[in-house]
Design a protein around this ligand. Structure first.
Ligand SMILES: Cc1cc2nc3c(=O)[nH]c(=O)nc-3n(C[C@H](O)[C@H](O)[C@H](O)COP(=O)(O)O)c2cc1C
Length: 424
């Protein structure tokens, strides 16, 4: 469903260069035959990126020509071209773009099975080396923003130099088109475009590892809007990849969606949070206003979390079995931390998974104080403990973002405690 950020322009609402662009699109080979109804709506307005470009026809006219040149003035095979576009459309989760090009791809002989695999975010295995090369180069470009030596060599061999250049350029062109479609979200064509539909919750847009790690902050203001099981499932898959002592994975997760159970968790959380926040605010009184402001903002977000816990769509409760922990620091005269090391990496991976899904989340532990009551509430066996409670939902505001953390210079030592790390 479109959000109609731009009201589509009919042919009678445009003139000059915009009309020239409109005519060029309507008369172009792409708008002949079955493509016509998909490109031009019943009211005469244009689908795809063209309606947006009518508003800046000076650039639109060149992109229309560039799109045609990529089709007509290249040596790359039409099936190769379509595999590259499908891969871009999949990565951007753009249903319309995927469906249209799936249609063309089928006509050009791309196997239906491979189209379905791309739709599901899987890696297809093509019999034709040139299709494989087009897919692999496109996928690496859009997901990793680089092309490995092996993929480049395979593309050179299967496609040759000129077609490799054309595929890469084509991928870039459709990245730009995808950006226009994602931003302006034009309405669908008047006719149904045949399946396969993309399951747009099937694969999130890729996020760079450094970007994810450096922006996964505590997001405490979360909306009540639903979060799909697919999304939670993928974030939990990330959790499952975490290391643990002896690879025992001594944890389980309870995905709490039940309204009454979330309400009870909220009831138990509120007094614990209020006490914590009151102590925090006492401490803030000693600080100058500018130093206190960020913490006060975090406390206010915490107040929000505490009063809205019941409405947040999901609370993931990480529980653990102490009998499975190999606690190598348990006999020392200090609080033990090693046991938790087999649980919290999974929690952090889960947070990163939520980040990749575009979902807000926060690691919370205050409810561990109420472990006995929570055991009863969630039927947790008596020999299991609670480790973390992670509310997950769509953020009220900007959500994840830059972190305030100590620099490596202040965190790392070289060879002995106290000597600054030479590399920082
Ligand atoms: C072990 C642990 C326990 C935490 N418990 C809570 C909690 O109970 N409630 C809460 O709102 N935040 C909790 N947090 C989140 C921290 O307050 C947060 O990570 C920290 O203030 C840094 O904030 P930022 O990630 O937004 O920069 C916890 C974090 C950790 C690592």
């Amino acid at each position: 469903m479109s959000t109609e950020r731009l009201k589509p322009l009919g042919p009678n609402e445009i003139s000059g260069n915009a009309k020239n662009l409109y005519d060029a699109v309507v008369e172009s080979p792409r708008a002949q035959g079955p493509g016509k109804q998909i490109l031009i709506r019943e009211d005469g307005s244009l689908c795809g990126p063209f309606d947006a470009w009518l508003r800046s026809p000076g650039i639109g006219i060149h992109f229309e020509r560039a799109g045609m040149a990529l089709r007509e003035d290249t040596i790359m095979d039409a099936a190769v071209r379509e595999v590259a576009v499908l891969t871009v459309a999949r990565a951007w989760n753009i249903d319309f773009e995927f469906q249209v090009h799936a249609m063309v791809a089928k006509m050009q002989g791309v196997p239906e099975e491979a189209i379905g695999q791309i739709a599901r975010g899987e890696t297809p295995r093509f019999e034709r080396d040139d299709l494989q090369a087009a897919h692999d180069i496109a996928r690496e470009l859009v997901l990793q923003r680089r092309v490995t030596d092996a993929t480049f060599a395979a593309a050179q061999k299967a496609l040759g130099e000129q077609a490799t250049i054309e595929v890469v350029t084509h991928v870039g062109f459709y990245q730009m088109v995808s950006g226009v479609l994602t931003t302006f979200d034009p309405p669908d064509p008047s006719v149904d475009v045949p399946a396969p539909h993309l399951d747009t919750s099937a694969l999130p847009l890729p996020i760079d590892l450094y970007e994810a790690a450096s922006t996964t902050r505590a997001v405490r203001k979360l909306r009540a809007d639903p979060v799909s099981d697919d999304q939670i499932n993928r974030a939990l898959k990330m959790a499952s990849f975490a290391p643990s002592g002896g690879n025992r994975q001594p944890w389980q997760v309870i995905v709490v969606r039940d309204a009454a159970k979330k309400a009870k968790l909220g009831e138990l959380y509120a007094p614990l949070w209020n006490e914590y926040a009151a102590a925090g605010r006492m401490f803030l009184k000693e600080l100058p206003e500018d130093k206190a402001a960020p913490t006060e903002r975090a406390l206010q977000a915490g107040d929000y979390l505490s009063t809205h816990l019941a409405e947040i769509p999901v609370i993931c409760v990480f529980v653990f079995n102490p009998a499975l922990l190999h606690i190598t620091d348990g006999d020392l005269d200090r609080p033990s931390v090693v046991g938790g090391g087999s649980i919290y990496p999974a929690v952090q991976n889960f947070l990163l998974g939520c980040r990749a899904e575009g979902l807000g989340c926060t690691l919370t532990t205050l409810l561990c104080h109420k472990e006995d009551e929570i055991r009863k509430l969630l039927d947790i066996p008596s020999d299991w403990g609670t480790a973390a409670f992670v509310p997950v939902g769509h953020a009220v505001g900007r959500g994840h973002g830059p972190l305030a953390r100590r620099s490596v210079e202040n965190l790392a030592f070289q060879d002995q405690f106290g000597t600054p790390f030479a590399g920082s």
